[in-house]
Design a protein around this ligand. Structure first.
Ligand code: 4FV
Length: 246
């Protein structure tokens, strides 16, 4: 998969491909991540990318011309990508949107700055994505979040099992995790996790996921598709509750 990022701060975003599983995926050739500096497509000697807003008001707006220059070059050189603009007006990112983006073989992410981008640039944009209902100083962090979450859905980047156990994979929050030592400050690892009984472990983890999801994200719980293990987990939870209620 090819992911390109267009920004006025290339050094800021470059780190997203220099650490962890994303950097390994780049080394293994599974991911190609390329960063472009919008200023390289501003034709004036000051490489200007912003200007005053028509109609007045605070702040500056990103000029359309450097983007038009960039797309002329980019589409000729790399072919037409699926273009994502990171902005507060976008669809709020979640796992299913990330999975959808990961199905594209060629993504280009545009990072806004200032008050925003001249509206005429939207002719190049296939999708606007927001990472949440708040206003950032720039679209670079959202672009890095998108690279990170999308890369996990690209086959070969992370082990399938790990993705299957993800929070939100099946609209459930994740179960608690434990590792050595067995006891720390009198806090013990739940016995079932050291029992070696994989069925009991799986049931315990699903019960914990269901409990946490019902408590913290009932909206997700209502979306969750129940399977056999869920039913056994809920029965067991119910029996425990009834026992505690006695
Ligand atoms: C944002 C978000 C975001 C708005 C003006 C960049 C800033 C500045 N992008 N999710 N929330 N962008 O706040 O994606 O240009």
């Amino acid at each position: 998969m090819r992911i390109s990022i267009l920004t006025i701060f290339p050094d800021f975003v470059r780190v997203v491909k220099e650490y962890g599983v994303v950097s390994q995926a780049v080394e293994n050739g599974i991911l190609e991540i390329e960063i472009f500096n919008l200023r390289d497509f501003a034709k004036d000697k000051h490489k200007t990318v912003d200007d005053y807003p028509y109609g007045g008001g605070p702040g500056m707006v990103m000029k359309p011309a450097p983007f038009f220059e960039f797309f002329k070059f980019y589409n000729e050189t790399y072919g037409k990508p699926y273009v994502v603009l990171t902005s507060p007006q976008g669809d709020v990112l979640n796992n299913s949107i990330a999975r959808e983006l990961a199905s594209k073989d060629h993504l280009l992410i545009i990072c806004g700055r200032y008050e925003g981008i001249d509206e005429r640039v939207m002719k190049f944009v296939d999708r606007e994505i927001s990472i949440g209902d708040y206003v950032l100083t720039g679209g670079e962090l959202p672009a890095m979040v998108i690279v990170d979450v999308v890369s996990r859905f690209v086959p070969g980047v992370v082990d399938e099992e790990s993705v299957k156990n993800d929070s939100f994979y099946n609209d459930l929050l994740d179960h608690p995790h434990y590792t050595r030592p067995r006891v720390i400050e009198d806090m013990r690892v739940p016995e079932v996790l050291i029992s070696g009984n994989h069925e009991e472990v799986e049931l315990w983890r699903r019960k914990e996921s269901l409990k946490k999801t019902m408590l913290k994200r009932p909206d997700l719980f209502m979306k969750h598709q129940f399977d056999e293990i869920d039913k056994r987990a809920l029965l067991s939870l119910f029996r425990e509750l009834m026992a505690d209620a006695k």
